[in-house]
Design a protein around this ligand. Structure first.
Ligand SMILES: [Mg+2]
Length: 218
């Protein structure tokens, strides 16, 4: 599936790629509307009706991933709420095995995420994945989300990689499209980012159900 001889840098997304997207889906679609409803004296249904279009309108923008933005906009302690249900944070099947194999090769391993530092810290503390990585890049630090064309040249300036020799795995097709546009050599989509949802049909990118498919030849 992947010619590993041609790859010297592996870049991985976090939510929905390494970690079960069920946590984020549950958090934004159920838990936040519940808390918002309580605070505003609304029914949960009314809170969802108000919040879901608001979330949708921010998709793909850096603010969407910014916990401070949502804490302000909703007057809720979003990082605190994340910590409250951190028990739901889970590593997807076969991820750890894959990370160990990449580590054992001489390839550079980078976590490249749109997640805000606060959410990232909670997740890394919970999952103990941090030691696997040579670097952790937050799109907030580069001032553009991974979906945005500005992100990729800024990342290259910071990390100095040969884009042809990069394997990048992400569950977000808009992000993969931006990476393709920039010229990242090897792109893979995660077809099942949320263990509680059915597998998605992915077109336009090589897609995997889990990381075992990428370990051949590694
Ligand atoms: Mg993701």
């Amino acid at each position: 599936m992947i010619d590993w001889n041609k790859i010297d840098t592996v870049m991985l997304d976090m939510d929905g790629t390494l970690l079960d997207l069920n946590f984020d889906n549950h958090f934004w679609k159920e838990f936040v509307p519940q808390k918002y409803a309580q605070q505003q004296g609304l029914s949960v249904a009314a809170a969802k009706q108000e919040l879901i279009p608001r979330f949708k309108s921010m998709e793909g923008q850096l603010e969407w991933y910014c916990l401070d933005y949502w804490s302000d906009a909703l007057q809720l302690d979003i990082a605190g709420l994340k910590a409250e249900i951190s028990g739901l944070i889970a590593v997807l099947p076969h991820v750890t095995e894959f990370l160990e194999k990449v580590r054992a090769s001489s390839k550079k391993l980078l976590l490249v995420t749109n997640a805000h530092r606060d959410g990232l810290d909670i997740k890394l503390a919970k999952t103990c994945l941090q030691p696997f990585f040579d670097g952790i890049i937050c799109s907030h630090d580069l001032g553009a989300a991974k979906e945005q064309p500005d992100f990729w040249p800024r990342l290259q300036q910071q990390q100095r990689f040969d884009k042809q020799a990069v394997l990048f795995v992400d569950d977000n097709l808009a992000v993969l499209a931006a990476a393709k546009q920039f010229g990242i050599g090897h792109l893979v989509a995660v077809a099942k980012p949320d263990t509680q949802q059915p597998r998605r049909e992915v077109s336009g990118f090589l897609a995997i159900d889990d990381f075992r498919e990428l370990m051949v030849g590694l």
